[in-house]
Design a protein around this ligand. Structure first.
Ligand code: PAF
Length: 291
């Protein structure tokens, strides 16, 4: 595995792949790797000839008071994991490679960035879109893989890719979970043993709610009932929402032919947990026969 530290090195690697007719898949990360990241590399490998990844703890997606300074960093361990997963390039830039001196450009995706995760973290998607657009320019992949765990991030990046006209296929990878259902996250490391025992209830409640909606319950009402149940188990519930999977607009009761997504964020001690589930299309359940 090649470790590139500069944009020029990453671009030279990518140009060499293109010259050999190889398609590059790219799975960006902030390090602190776990099995979920490894699965992104696997999804990339199944769709391309070579896989590149990046490790960069992106300062612009953290607000003051968030965990930028303490975010877990262990580059040697992360590089070993990427190499073992079959990665061909690890791009590990210094901050000024991504944000050159005098940097003044930001990427903002209207609408999608302001809702759900964007409400308590208004800076977040601007930081993500800015860094991902630059990583795309540096690594020049044909395919880019992002986990469905951060479902809104995936939607934001799809929108950005369309709007910029980047010639990159954006692929969502299924959420990797522990055996008890907890979605893998680098921030799970912050959970105490007691909190870790409570955390899987988030997934369990989302599953129960998705089953209610599939059986015909009104999505908004089912999501509200889920929020009330979660509020009894977690320190706080930021949201539980049934949304359209494409635009993340609220899923209306009569949106039976669009893909839906149930998304939630809760707080447990000092950790914020997010999770989401696909909602089955309900056309077969409730659509009346055409005259
Ligand atoms: O999902 C992440 O780890 C980060 O938001 C990403 C996409 C690597 C951008 O910093």
């Amino acid at each position: 595995m090649i470790v590139a530290r500069t944009r020029r090195e990453a671009q030279a690697w990518s140009a060499a792949q293109a010259a050999q007719g190889r398609r590059v898949a790219f799975a960006p990360t902030m390090g602190a790797l776990h099995a979920g990241h490894v699965s992104l590399i696997g999804v990339g490998a199944a769709r391309a000839d070579v896989v590149a990844s990046s490790i960069f703890v992106n300062p612009t997606q953290f607000a003051a008071g968030e965990d930028f300074a303490t975010y877990p960093r262990d580059e040697a361990r992360d590089l070993d994991m990427l190499a073992a997963a079959g990665c061909a390039l690890a791009y590990c830039p210094e901050a000024d490679e991504i944000y050159p001196p005098g940097d003044a450009t930001r990427v903002r995706i209207e609408g999608l960035s302001a809702m759900l995760e964007g409400e308590p973290r208004p800076h977040f998607f601007e930081g993500v879109a800015t860094v991902v657009s630059r990583l795309f320019v540096h690594v020049r992949p044909q395919i880019a893989v992002f986990g469905e765990k951060d479902f809104q991030q995936l939607a934001v990046i799809r929108r950005m890719t369309l709007d910029f006209g980047f010639d990159i296929e954006i692929v969502g990878a299924p959420i990797a979970r522990d055996a008890d259902g907890l979605a893998l996250s680098s921030r799970n490391a912050y959970l105490t043993a007691q909190e870790r025992a409570i955390a899987p209830r988030l997934h369990a409640e989302l599953q129960a709610t998705a089953a209610e909606i599939a059986a015909g319950a009104e999505p908004g009402a089912a999501a509200m009932a889920c929020a009330a149940r979660l509020a009894r188990q977690f320190a706080a519930v930021d949201y539980v929402e049934a949304r359209r999977a494409d635009t993340l607009a609220p899923l209306a009761a009569d949106d039976q032919r669009v893909d839906g997504r149930l998304l939630a964020a809760v707080r447990l001690g000092r950790t914020r947990l997010i999770d989401n589930l696909a909602l089955p299309r309900r056309a077969d359940v409730t659509t009346p026969a055409l005259p």
